[in-house]
Write a protein that binds this ligand. Sequence first.
Ligand code: NAX
Length: 328
Amino acid sequence: DQAPVTVTVTGASGQIAYGLLFRIAAGDMLGPDAPVRLRLLEIPAAVRAAEGVAMELEDGAFPLLSDVEITDDPTIGFDGASVAMLVGARPRTQGMERGDLLAANGAIFTTQGRAIEAAAADDVKVLVVGNPANTNALIAMNNAPGVPRTRFSALTRLDHNRAIAQLAHRTGEPAASIRRMTVWGNHSATQYPDLSHAFVGNKPAEDAVSDRTWIEDTFIPTVQQRGSAIIEARGSSSAASAASAAIDHVRDWTAGTSDGDWVSMAVCSDGSYGVPEGLISSFPVTCADGEFRIVPNLDIDDFSRARIDLSVAELAQERDAVRALGLV
Ligand code: NAX
């Protein structure tokens, strides 16, 4: 029998967690042989609601779920965590300036970074979902200097999956036939979904589409604006699809990516592709043995170069803003 893996989820009373926790308990993330122990971290005002979620988890009678603990103390919340999913964040409310938003999230992610360093397991893997996800991950990483930088990531898998879905829709081919999609940069409207390296079956995606105008005028903006389109249709932001993407992200990081394919993860730049070292930016990565590797040596054409640079410039601006606030 395997010992349970401790998985900490913050924002446990929120809508993404409501989709996420049941998938984790069902074994969709760490596999059918890995018992899990869930730690739910919430703010005091939402602890009661988290207790309700824990009651529902109990009522699922999941064979793999060994234990659920609820806390509002980050050090207890991250104690022994091998997977830390930072979903909770401070949303922008009316009248809030950008600086206020960064400062409010800075308080959350400095505290949580320190608690991860102090309490998490040696093999901890951190996924930041809460927005602004890249910069929140940057703050957590810089406040946990004792944890290797390669253990921090932010979620751009939802954008990656959205890009696959748009290409599948356009070509009439199944999503499973699409490989080597890439999302570069920030999880924001400047992100660059790049199909120049992608394949649909054995065909380069650009040949399968054979319409440059569709790529530039439809595909890219549709993926970039998909979050807003969901809000407009559903009346609230993406939740189940975000949860599903978070499951995909941790599953692939842990179990490895398929041969001949890669995924998009926002990770600490080592300077690859001209992205300044230390920024948390989305890259194409392969995973094996619990480690990711940025896919090397891809040709970047002028069109892609300009779009990557634009999104990375936004990340650098966000970093400068949190630096000025003393958060990193
Ligand atoms: P909700 O507002 O439903 O839930 C957030 C929860 O976080 C609340 O229960 C709140 O009490 C809790 N929380 C706030 N501060 C906390 C703290 N310091 N410690 C622990 N918990 C805390 O939001 P939800 O729809 O679940 O979205 C969560 C975050 O994901 C948001 O920041 C959202 O913008 C972000 N998203 C990121 C996506 C991505 O692809 N990276 C896509 C979906 C989503 O927009």
